[in-house]
Design a protein around this ligand. Structure first.
Ligand code: PEP
Length: 254
């Protein structure tokens, strides 16, 4: 049987500074010294990446960026490329977060380019997908997710590159930062849908290996129930990843 090691990932968004991140990383590092049942990742803002990389040292904490540009280099003022985040020590990159899609008008087409560049560079993408409240209420959840997956992973599908290290994060937009969490059964239903999509578009071995995370108002009080579902392989945490003790409680959910 294929084991999918859970991943607990913290997305710091545009928060933290040198002092606060030093404290936070120390708390996380101490909190996982005797606990290796899960992989742990933090995604700081770009400017903190080198600092956090140094703090992480030999601890098992993985480092991710929150975004990257789809070009390798060039005249793109204000942007950060894949080789840059890789050189700074990131093994992962969050792509297609709903805040990027809604506030910065990123399309699945652009996200597709970023995903394929990340994979070519050996950076593991954490691709975020999720339906809006309107789409859920109109009964269009699966359609919306299919569209996002079809386009955001088009190049990987065309390349017939299953790249099992790619991670998908299901983040219902209505649950992000709102305090509303999808019911574990609701999340599991969508995770099953995503796994079937992977099977159909790649193959069954890939579908069994790819980790699918849930994100949206995860906290110590709801993580265990979410993680008890067979197709939920980890969580992507926003707000609750900024407090060391809280994030460690989430990491040590079982
Ligand atoms: C997120 O931004 O990916 C997220 C899930 O945020 P929060 O945990 O704060 O809802």
């Amino acid at each position: 049987m294929i084991e999918r090691k859970p991943l607990i990932a913290g997305n710091w968004k545009m928060n933290m500074n040198v002092n606060d991140s030093t404290e936070l990383i120390n708390i996380i590092a101490n909190g996982i010294v005797d606990y290796d049942r899960v992989d742990v990742l933090v995604a700081p803002p770009f400017t903190l990446i080198p600092h956090v990389k140094q703090l992480i040292g030999n601890s098992r904490i993985l480092l991710g960026a929150q975004n990257m540009h789809s070009e390798i280099s060039g005249a793109y003022t204000g942007e950060i490329s894949g080789p840059m985040i890789k050189e700074s020590g990131c093994s992962h990159v969050i792509l297609g977060h709903s805040e990027r899609r809604s506030l910065f008008k990123e399309t699945s087409y652009e996200i597709n380019l970023k995903v394929s560049v990340a994979v070519k560079l050996g950076i593991i993408p954490i691709l975020c997908v999720g339906e809006s409240l309107d789409q859920r209420e109109a009964g269009q959840t699966f359609e919306a997710l299919k569209d996002q997956l079809d386009v955001s992973l088009k190049n990987l599908r065309d390349m017939k590159n299953p790249d099992i290290s790619t991670i998908i994060a299901y983040e219902p937009v209505w649950a992000i930062g709102t305090g509303k969490t999808a019911a574990p059964e609701q999340a599991e239903e969508v995770h099953q849908f995503i796994r079937k999509w992977i099977e159909k578009n790649f193959d069954s071995v890939t579908a069994r290996q790819v980790r699918i995370l849930y994100g949206g108002s995860v906290k110590p009080g709801n993580v265990s129930e979410l993680m008890s579902k067979p197709d939920i392989d980890g969580v992507l945490v926003g707000g609750a990843s900024l407090k060391g003790d809280t994030f460690v409680q989430i990491i040590r959910y079982s």
